[in-house]
Structure formats: C-alpha cells, structure tokens
Design a protein around this ligand. Structure first.
Ligand code: SF4
Length: 285
C-alpha cells in the first residue's frame, strides 16, 4: 500500500451520533471455557502511573506478562527520538477518537477509572455524541483474571449486529502491564468484528501513533476478510484508476489537492485511513 502522510489535525466533532440503546444479549456459555489468563499482580501497584511516573516498572511488568512482542514492535515502529515522549494527554485518545468517528462502531476501554474519566471527558469535549464503554476493575479482578472474563462478557453483550459492525476494545496502561490478553477474544461475534488493541502510554508515544495502532489492526482484519472472499465495495464504488491510500487525518480539502497531484501520474486519491466506515477500508488494501 502506498501512503501519503498529511499534516495532523482534527476533532471528532463530526462524529456520527448513536442513541444509547438497551440490548438484551445472550452470553455464550463458551465464555467459561476460556482459561483465566496469567496476570501480573505487580502491575496493580502502579495503577494510573503510566503517563507521569512508573513507566519503566509498567513496561517491565508488561513484558513479564507476555506483552514483549507488541511492545518491541511499538518501540521499533515508533522511535521516540531525542525528546523521548512529548508531554500530552493520554496517547490512547488518538485511537479512541478513531473508533468514535466510525459508523456502527462501539468502543470499550479497559483501564484505570481516572484514565477513562480523562479520555471520555475529552471525547465528549470534542463532540463525541455516543457512549464510550468501560469495563472497570479492581486489584482482585485484575489479579484473578476476572477482568478478562468481564471484558469478554461485555463484548458478548454489546455485539448486536443490528447496531454494530465492529467493537473495539482498548487495553490502557494497567491492563496492558498486567497482560490482559485481548487477543484471546473471539474475532467475531454474531457477525460483529471484535478488535482488541493495547495502547499503553508507556509504549505508544502520542495520539498519532495510537491512531495508527488501531488503523493497522483494522487493516489487518480487513485484509483477512478480503482473502477469504468477496467483500462490500466502497460506498462510492471502485475507482477506475489505481488509487493511493492516504494514511492519517487531513483537512477536508487535502484529498482533493493530493488527487490533483496524482492525476498526471494516472493515479487517484484513495480512502483516508482511518476511514469513517468499515467497507472503505477494503479500498485501501
Ligand atoms: S492510560 Fe493514559 S492516562 Fe492512564 S496512565 Fe496510561 S497514559 Fe496515563
């Protein structure tokens, strides 16, 4: 996939509104069949410290809890440079708002209450007119593995295909450091895609990288779907010319300007990833 990286901008003021809906969902009995994951109890002692202290400890705890691979990947993909990590609010806001902007997409956060408070406050400050799901925990549910079961149950309850195409679950600092294994969640429930990502402040430098983490997870999922058979065409139909996908967020006029630059090359501007709708992802593959 070719990519053009635009300047960073954006609010979530154009979020698609969803009214809150009560849903009655059957919880799959197989939930009980999943073995409780190994949990790193030491990480619970540093609750909420990911963004201003204790990064080293949390990072070590996460590696001990089996998250080495993803943290090493983040470190390789997102080198921090001479200034380490800029002071900003929780990086996870970058991925949270991506989900909040997508149609028929539900988002669930798993993290300390103070982190979730800050993230949801900022989301609504920027106009996210829909709910952010939250699976709370305490030391006991974290240590015993009950948190993972709670997340799993929440996902099953929320996975109503009449309402959602996709559910995104995000591990914040403490659940990541504790090794809560979102990769053990089903890939799909009742036709609703389930995507779990780790976005710890001690592994993901800024909003931009957090957004990329989610965009990459969605593209990977979409790629597997394409490989399995026909998928929905983009809403506007397929382009007649080869397209260049645009990665990042842009001002509304950017794709137009980029498209004009691409035209002499016989190319067209493709979708802007992250997209506003799942089916648009296929055009970026
Ligand atoms: S999840 Fe975000 S707000 Fe919470 S400790 Fe980590 S970086 Fe800070």
């Amino acid at each position: 996939m070719n990519a053009i990286l635009p300047r960073y901008s954006g609010t979530i003021g154009e979020s698609v509104a969803h009214d809150a809906v009560e849903v009655e969902i059957m919880v799959d009995d197989t939930a009980a069949a999943v073995a409780p994951p190994a949990i790193n109890a030491a990480a619970t002692k540093t609750d909420g410290l990911g963004c201003h202290a204790g990064k080293t400890e949390l990072s070590a705890a996460a590696k001990a809890a089996g998250k080495s691979e993803i943290l090493d990947r983040y470190a390789a993909d997102y080198p921090k440079g001479p200034h380490d990590q800029p002071q900003s609010m929780c990086p996870a806001f970058g991925s949270l708002r991506v989900g909040l902007r997508m149609r028929r997409t539900a988002t669930i956060l798993s993290g300390s209450a103070c982190c979730v408070y800050g993230l949801t406050f900022t989301s609504h400050f920027y106009g996210a007119r829909r709910s952010v799901g939250y699976v709370p925990f305490n030391s006991e549910t974290l240590v015993t593995g009950k948190l993972f079961e709670d997340i799993r149950e929440a996902v099953f309850k929320l996975a109503d295909p009449a309402l959602y195409d996709t559910i995104i679950i995000t591990n914040l600092c403490v659940p990541t450091a504790s090794g809560v294994p979102l990769d053990l969640l089903p890939d799909e429930i009742n036709g609703v895609r389930i995507i779990g990502i780790d976005v710890p402040g001690f592994g993901v430098p800024t909003h931009a990288e957090a957004k990329d983490v989610l965009a990459a997870a969605m593209l990977e999922y979409a790629r597997k779907e394409v490989e399995q058979g026909p998928v929905q065409a983009p809403r506007g139909g397929r382009s007649e010319r080869p397209t260049v996908a645009l990665v990042g967020e842009m001002f509304p006029a950017d794709p137009v300007g980029i498209g004009m630059m691409l035209e002499p090359l016989g190319l067209a501007a493709g979708p802007v990833v992250p997209t506003r709708e799942w089916r648009e992802l296929y055009a970026a593959l």
